[in-house]
Design a protein around this ligand. Structure first.
Ligand code: NAD
Length: 364
């Protein structure tokens, strides 16, 4: 019987399997073993895992065929194990080399290709969506005023002006959340396609040069680094816009690179006293530079700590979907097809070798 271990994360409140996904795994014929306390910080007690059919105890990894994790386990792992989770393939250490050497097959879920068939496994999207929501909730908490316009007998409360920079998965959810709270919302992105998405959510799209944007879009829907000329024009335009904003949420990322700096000290200093800024790109170096008097800058290192139950539910379902792809029900064994686009896109190491086309060292 194939055995799946669910490991407890060290620095993260999320967990890689929930009682709900454990039930589904056992129904598939898998034997699930959970480290004690793995779900505790997500509000999921050991007893709930036991009730769902898992074994809870030390030695979860003993005899395991695969481990589901939230973050990369940096300690020794048994030879032959498949490890599946947010393994941070861009980290500048020798983790992939060590996994290869130790005979561990590592799958980095942040590399799941953005194709239709893989949507249910897309951890970046499921987590970014929640992060975008939470960023607005946190901003509303830190902002000392109301979001919606209120017309009362005692006078009118004006609506908050919210500006979202980076209108990907997190940014679009931030726009939707701010709209639901009654704010007047504007947003920007370097991708031309984002304009229509922002507008369909009731936001205003902010850009210095729409034509230049059209020329910058790449096939995968990701942003390319913008030209210097565009960046300069856009920065001037954004600076003037920022000076009028009450709340700003920044979400801009470029895969595998440090986050682009979108708000400089100079721009920040031009913002209104009492304004609030939440920088969701903080864990990747941040979109915002410096501090300014009267402006609250929030730089959450792991915003999903504040939504661990929801984040775990979605993350666990993403992992279950991936596990289903590499599990052969007929033989009851794990059998990842190295030719499968999703496997090829995520697998860092296989049978003692580094195999990912982007991360493996060139063969000599
Ligand atoms: P991301 O987290 O890598 O980046 C967030 C946003 O920041 C992106 O929209 C990016 O264009 C933007 N950005 C980068 N540099 C910027 C700059 N200098 N100024 C302003 N914005 C900047 O992106 P993401 O949210 O993971 O995904 C981006 C897009 O990919 C989505 O909006 C969607 O269209 C597409 N996508 C497709 C699928 C799918 O087809 N299955 C799944 C998820 C996302």
């Amino acid at each position: 019987m194939t055995k799946i271990a669910v490991l407890r994360a060290g620095g993260d409140a999320r967990v890689a399997a929930t009682p709900d996904t454990v039930k589904k795994m056992t129904a598939l014929g898998l034997d699930v073993s959970v480290e004690p306390g793995a779900g505790a910080r997500a509000g999921l007690p050991d007893s709930a895992y036991e009730a769902a059919g898992a074994t809870v105890g030390g030695g979860a990894l003993d005899g395991a065929d695969a481990a589901l994790v939230v973050e990369a386990p940096l300690g020794p792992l048994p030879r032959g194990l498949a490890v599946i989770g947010l393994l941070d393939p861009y980290a500048e250490d020798d983790r992939a080399a060590r996994w290869a050497e130790g005979g561990v097959d590592a799958y980095a879920m942040e590399l799941v290709p953005r194709i239709t068939r893989a949507q249910s496994m897309d951890v970046l999207s499921s987590q970014a969506n929640l992060a975008g929501y939470k960023a607005v909730i946190d901003a509303a908490g830190a902002y000392g005023r109301a979001f919606p316009m209120m017309m009362t007998a005692a006078g009118t409360v004006p609506p908050a002006k919210v500006f979202v920079m980076g209108a990907g998965v997190a940014g679009l959810q931030a726009i939707a959340t701010a709209k639901r709270l009654g704010a007047v919302v504007s947003a920007t992105d370097v991708r031309y396609a984002a304009k229509e998405q922002v507008e369909s959510l009731g936001g205003t799209f902010v850009t210095a040069d729409l034509e230049a944007m059209k020329a910058m879009e790449t096939k995968g829907g990701y942003a390319k680094e913008a030209s210097e000329d565009f960046q300069k024009k856009q920065a001037e335009h954004v600076k003037a816009h920022l000076a009028k904003m009450d709340v700003v949420i920044t979400t801009a990322l470029i895969p595998g690179r440090p986050a682009p700096k979108l708000i400089t000290q100079d721009m920040l200093s031009g913002m209104k006293p009492g304004s609030v800024l939440v920088d969701l790109a903080a864990p990747r170096g941040g979109n915002v530079e410096g501090e300014a008097e009267g402006v609250t800058v929030v730089r959450p290192q792991n915003i999903l700590e504040g939504l661990p139950g929801e984040a775990s539910n979605l993350y666990a379902r993403n992992l279950l979907s991936f596990l289903t792809l590499i599990y052969d029900k007929e033989t009851g064994a794990l059998k990842a097809d190295p030719e499968d686009e999703i496997v090829r896109g995520t697998q860092l190491t296989r049978n003692g070798e580094r195999v990912h086309e982007r991360f493996a060292p060139p063969r000599t």
